[in-house]
Design a protein around this ligand. Structure first.
Ligand SMILES: *Cc1c(COP(=O)(O)O)cnc(C)c1O
Length: 390
């Protein structure tokens, strides 16, 4: 029996492949040309026009993964975020943004939008009423991120999509943390889905890239600005990203399973104070996460009881400190010292980010090895603290 639409891993491995007609090789050939024969102005090919063979093929894979009509591939996640927002906002417009956002996105809005004459509001919380409250006459876009960083709170996709439709606004989501493996927001009526492909799509901590997926019409509007801003991705990295995505389904599913087991392990541990993971029934948004996510993702965060987080992180051997996330290797960081260091202590406290909070990006290592590493680091840290007290 043939299925109408291919499933996730089939999309990952096959959709948007280029055929090697010349030598019948197994993988997509890489076309590095920046110069193509001129046919006419409408169809001229150039990497900054987002239309080289490799760029177009990968865009097809992205669209299939997110159940959208079309996509563009960018040189970074922030190029995708900035171009998408600015494509739908002009001088005099207003955008409503979710309270907790990726630091780079907050910086883009608070440091740059004023000079474009674009007004913005951050919501008080993640309830639908909080979004509705910020809408003004000149609001054009609502921008969300779910699960959020670092507390993995969940925003209601369907409610946001319905609100935007009712008010005639464009809904946009940064879907990086979930990846299309665990969440496809367009299915819930969201208009524009954005990714830092540097994270789960790349998956090996060696590619910087971004993507945006939407209807043909919306992608065309974003493209009109994108070709002028010039944030396209070089074909070599496009080719590497295609290669990475072939294993995205199995990688992210393994990471999500590991994260669930680790969250359960941490939650029952006597030295752990709190665990934030949408797959735990104790998470305040667990029911909503179940409704809109296929898996709960590879990110979790937690706080220790009494023990010092920096000492604990230094005592880890397998799990490495890292600024970034989503690679096949497990990494950990302190948001207070890194991603949220620029916020004031009051702002952090208001967002529920304590100095002892650690954000854990779970990799594909054997669960038992990760648990053993955490156990030995907890034990060492307890000993270190006893030494200090004695
Ligand atoms: C990393 C990240 C970005 C920015 O992506 P870059 O590829 O670093 O430009 C945006 N949103 C989220 C949620 C991210 O984790």
């Amino acid at each position: 029996m043939t299925r109408k639409k291919p499933g996730l891993n089939t999309i990952c491995t096959h959709v948007g492949e280029l055929k090697d007609e010349q030598f019948k090789g197994a993988v997509s050939p890489l076309y590095m040309s920046t110069s193509y024969a001129f046919e006419d102005v409408e169809t001229k090919r150039y990497p900054r026009y987002f239309n080289t063979p490799n760029q177009k093929a990968l865009a097809q894979k992205m669209a299939a993964l997110e159940h959208g009509e079309a996509a563009l591939i960018f040189g970074s996640g922030m190029a995708a975020v900035s171009t998408s927002l600015l494509a739908f906002l002009k001088q005099g417009d207003h955008v409503v943004l979710q309270k907790t956002l990726y630091g780079g996105t907050s910086n883009l809005v608070t440091e740059e939008f004023e000079k474009f004459g674009i007004a913005f509001s951050f919501t008080q919380n993640l309830s639908i009423e909080a979004f509705e409250k910020e809408i003004r006459e000149n609001t054009k876009v609502i921008y969300i991120e779910t699960p959020s960083n670092p507390l993995l709170t969940i925003t209601d996709l369907e409610a946001i999509a319905n609100l935007c439709r009712k008010k005639g606004l464009v809904s946009m989501i940064d879907n990086t943390f979930a990846s299309p493996v665990n969440q496809t927001p367009l299915d819930f009526g969201i208009d524009v889905t954005i990714h830092s492909a540097t994270k789960y799509m790349g998956g090996h901590s060696d590619i910087l890239a971004g993507t945006v997926i939407a209807s043909e019409e919306k992608i065309n509007k974003i493209f009109q600005l994108a070709k002028n801003l010039g944030g396209s991705l070089s074909d070599y990295t496009v080719w590497l990203l295609e290669r990475s995505i072939k294993t995205m389904g199995i990688r992210v599913r393994a990471q999500s399973e590991n994260a669930q087991k680790l969250a359960e392990f941490l939650e029952q541990h006597e030295l752990v104070k709190t665990v934030y993971y949408p797959g735990l029934s104790s998470h305040k948004d667990h029911e909503l996460a179940k409704k809109q996510m296929k898996g709960f993702g590879g990110m979790l965060s937690f706080e220790l009881k009494e023990l010092d987080a920096s000492t604990f992180m230094k005592n880890l051997k397998l799990i490495k400190p890292s600024m970034s996330l989503a690679g096949v290797e497990s990494t950990i960081l302190s948001p207070t010292k890194t991603s949220h260091a620029l916020l004031s202590p009051e702002e952090r406290q208001e967002q529920g980010i304590s100095d002892n909070l650690m954000r854990f990006s779970v990799g594909i290592e054997e669960t038992e090895d990760l648990i053993a590493d955490i156990e030995q680091a907890l034990e060492e840290t307890r000993k270190d603290m006893l030494d200090i007290r004695l």
